[in-house]
Write a protein that binds this ligand. Structure first.
Ligand SMILES: *Cc1c(COP(=O)(O)O)cnc(C)c1O
Length: 400
């Protein structure tokens, strides 16, 4: 069947909540994807920062196949080995002490919020605690995660949303400070804002927020769903700042293609928050995803993925800086490691550049209205960065 016919059928059967790019992807190999016409694409989107290891990693695929033949699912009423292994390894690399596995990022945020609220309730015996979140943040699409998402366009049609949430300006400590009161139980933020336009937290800001939390007995929740799992050159972005959260949310590259998320916490939070009966999930942390997470963490260690990101991202930054110098349409570059953004001048539509790059065999996504987002597989090499920069140069040159 032709790609067009597939896309027509999709619109007849799948709820139209995405304006999809007009291709049907079929298979992947390394850092390249192929559509049903056999056209090849260099992938700088990685399934939205998910495919950290690229496509067709043999060790990872073999581990999944083995687990499928052994055991897929048992429910959380019983223990299973792969998930115990995964949890131990995740605690080891994060320095956090307890994990709850979910099926997605938004569920990891739900759990993180519940844990913070329960902790506050255990502490002072009251409810109705408040959360401080950030403008331009993105934490997911379920109602709880939406309640702390700063983008009003995503939020407003679904209001009233649960809980009292106050929004502060990201990277502005006094704006956070001014919202703190005796009911504040948590401050939630992305260590690097993703959807909002690739904004890393400044060091003073993150350190200041942590200090504020400690002074007032407030929990710090860091959303590491996009910026975690090696993307910034540290296993988790906060490790580069030396600011440890009380609760952390993780997903996206955690399973490298298998739907899994997690929220993690310190022992202290764990011991006085969610108890048996307070939270649960049927699928979350089943043996299949456990095997995936466990293998992903093994490969990260064996292949020294974070060290590779530290190396290769220097080259990506250089190339993006050079592009910015040469192309008048580019206003700014921001980012950490392999999570980078090029902000275009206000009259240049990033969506159009992204569609043109697709035509030229480069998958590139946007963040916000006018930012091109670079979140490639963490295993990319210089030659791929050169290929990407060449394609972008060609596209931008057509505008001159
Ligand atoms: C993608 C993302 C989420 C939501 O994750 P889903 O798996 O889509 O539910 C939450 N927070 C951040 C920072 C994200 O990038």
């Amino acid at each position: 069947m032709e790609a067009n016919a597939w896309m027509e059928q999709a619109e007849q059967a799948i709820l139209h909540t995405y304006n999809r790019y007009q291709i049907v992807l079929e298979r992947g190999e390394g850092v390249y994807l192929y559509d049903t016409n056999g056209k090849k694409y260099l992938d700088f989107a990685a399934g939205i920062a998910v495919q950290a290891l690229g496509y067709g990693n043999k060790e990872y695929n073999d581990a999944l196949k083995t687990q499928i033949d052994k055991l897929l699912h048992t429910s959380n009423l019983y223990y299973n080995q792969p998930t115990i292994e995964a949890a131990k390894k995740l605690c080891e690399v994060s320095g956090m002490e307890r994990v709850f596995f979910t099926n997605s990022g938004t569920e990891a945020i739900e759990g993180a919020i519940k844990a913070a609220k329960k902790y506050a309730c255990e502490k002072d015996g009251t409810t109705n605690h408040e959360i401080i979140a950030m403008e331009h943040s993105f934490h997911g699409r379920s109602l709880g995660a939406l309640s702390v998402t700063g983008n009003a366009h995503y939020r407003e049609p679904f209001e009233p949303l649960p809980g009292i949430v106050r929004f502060a300006e990201y990277n502005n400590l006094s704006s956070v400070e001014s919202l703190v009161n005796e009911k504040t139980c948590a401050i939630i933020l992305e260590t690097v804002q993703g959807e909002g336009g690739i904004y890393p937290a400044s060091e003073e800001f993150l350190t200041g927020v942590k200090q504020l939390c400690q002074e007032h007995g407030i929990l710090l929740i860091l959303d590491e769903i996009q910026c975690g799992m090696g993307r910034t050159g540290h296993m988790f972005a906060w490790q580069g700042y030396g600011v440890k959260p009380d609760i952390m949310a993780c997903a996206k590259a955690l399973g490298c293609g298998v739907p899994v998320g997690a929220f993690l916490m310190t022992k202290e939070v764990a011991e006085s928050s969610l108890k048996p009966g307070d939270h649960g999930t049927t699928y979350g942390g089943n043996p299949f995803v456990g095997a995936a997470v466990s293998k992903v963490l093994d490969i990260f260690k064996e292949q020294k993925i974070t060290a590779h990101v530290q190396d290769i991202s220097v080259y990506l930054e250089e190339q993006l800086e050079q592009l910015k110098k040469d192309v008048p349409m580019i206003g700014a570059r921001r980012g950490l490691g392999l999570m980078q953004g090029l902000e275009l001048k206000p009259d240049v539509p990033a969506g159009e550049i992204s569609r043109k790059s697709l035509e030229q065999g480069l998958l590139l996504i946007t963040a916000g209205n006018n930012v091109l987002r670079f979140v490639p597989p963490l295993v990319i090499e210089k030659e791929h960065i050169d290929e990407m920069a060449g394609i972008l140069r060609k596209i931008f040159s057509e505008y001159e």
